[in-house]
Design a protein around this ligand. Structure first.
Ligand code: GDP
Length: 298
């Protein structure tokens, strides 16, 4: 129910346009495909992905001798799902002790997302420690502390300007001492200096290699779904400098550009693991591609 309501704007943006194409054409011709193409691209699904979806659709139409444009709707839904690949990606933080690095540019909702994740894990009775390794901004640590309190998780921080790697070191020590299940690390994951970011992440990962080699590791990038193609570009750039294991798309509730989830999975092969659908601690949902496409179209 919630998933559906969080996607209202995206649904209105993509699907209503598409449905008027299905009902507006009396036969399947080049104009029909052109209009579908335009609607998908406008829906932030990405040019390359759109082309692949439409190629698949054409093939299916031919193979199954489809004549009616309205009969293409189901085939199109199928093609989108196929393009997205694996359906359920969310990591349930269950296998073993986990260290999760969270990166993303300022304002995308990184801190909020870490708070929501902590809340989700606490609700599953996991022991969670937050590492405030974004020591670049003084406010970042304070803001994370508020979320830690809300989620009832412990937070390890450092002085403004201190070495983020030192914070990680302390956080790992705390996680081990308390037998934590998950260590969530907020980082100053900035993009304006790729080399710095890469070095910073490497340094933090080396500490985990040394101090916590048995831990399961993830690096999640947080992207703002309202920024559409810009979010896709950010995902690409982050993917070049770090071993990204997944994406969290925030602000889905306010975005008409949720179609970007299709492009991220299809074009970059990165799994979308969670979506943010509001500002409170409960507004984070596991992402499931099939469910997502169904919520858009049905
Ligand atoms: P950061 O700079 O990346 O750490 O971003 P913040 O966590 O401070 O979030 C920036 C703003 O986005 C805040 O006002 C959040 O409440 C808001 N925000 C974060 N996630 C979501 C979401 O899923 N939906 C909505 N509507 N707002 C969000």
């Amino acid at each position: 129910q919630r998933l559906v309501s969080g996607l209202t704007k995206t649904r209105d943006h993509i699907v209503s346009g598409m449905d008027s194409i299905f009902s507006g054409f009396s036969q399947i011709n080049d104009d029909f495909y052109d209009e579908l193409e335009e609607t998908l691209i406008m829906g932030d699904i990405g040019v390359r992905t759109t082309m692949e979806i439409l190629d698949q659709l054409r093939e299916k139409v031919k193979e199954q001798h489809i004549k009616e444009p309205t009969d293409c709707r189901e085939l199109l839904i199928e093609s989108i799902k196929e393009q997205m690949g694996v359906s359920e990606n969310a990591y349930e933080f269950e296998e073993k002790t986990s260290v999760v690095f969270v990166i993303g540019v300022n304002g995308v909702g990184k801190t909020t997302t870490i708070g929501k994740l902590a809340g989700k894990l606490r609700a599953q009775d996991k022991k969670v420690i937050l590492a405030a390794a974004d020591t670049f901004r003084a406010a970042a640590g304070e803001q994370l502390k508020e979320w830690a309190n809300r989620a009832q998780a412990e937070m390890i921080g450092g002085q403004e300007g201190s070495d983020p790697a030192a914070v990680i070191y302390d956080a790992v020590a705390a996680a081990k001492a308390r037998h934590a299940d998950v260590l969530l690390c907020d980082t100053a994951g900035r993009l304006h200096n790729k080399k710095n970011l890469m070095e910073e992440l490497k340094k933090m990962n080396r500490i985990i290699d040394r101090e916590y080699p048995e831990a399961y590791r993830e690096t999640l990038v947080v992207l703002d779904a309202t920024t559409g193609q810009n979010a896709l570009a950010q995902a690409k750039e982050f993917n070049e400098v770090a071993d990204i294991t997944g994406v969290i798309l925030t602000k889905m509730d306010g975005s008409a550009k949720g179609g970007i989830a299709v492009a991220i999975q299809s074009e970059l092969g990165l799994p979308v693991k969670y979506i943010g659908v509001g500002e409170t601690i409960d507004d984070l949902q596991k992402f499931d591609a099939d469910e997502f496409v169904n919520a858009l179209f049905y």
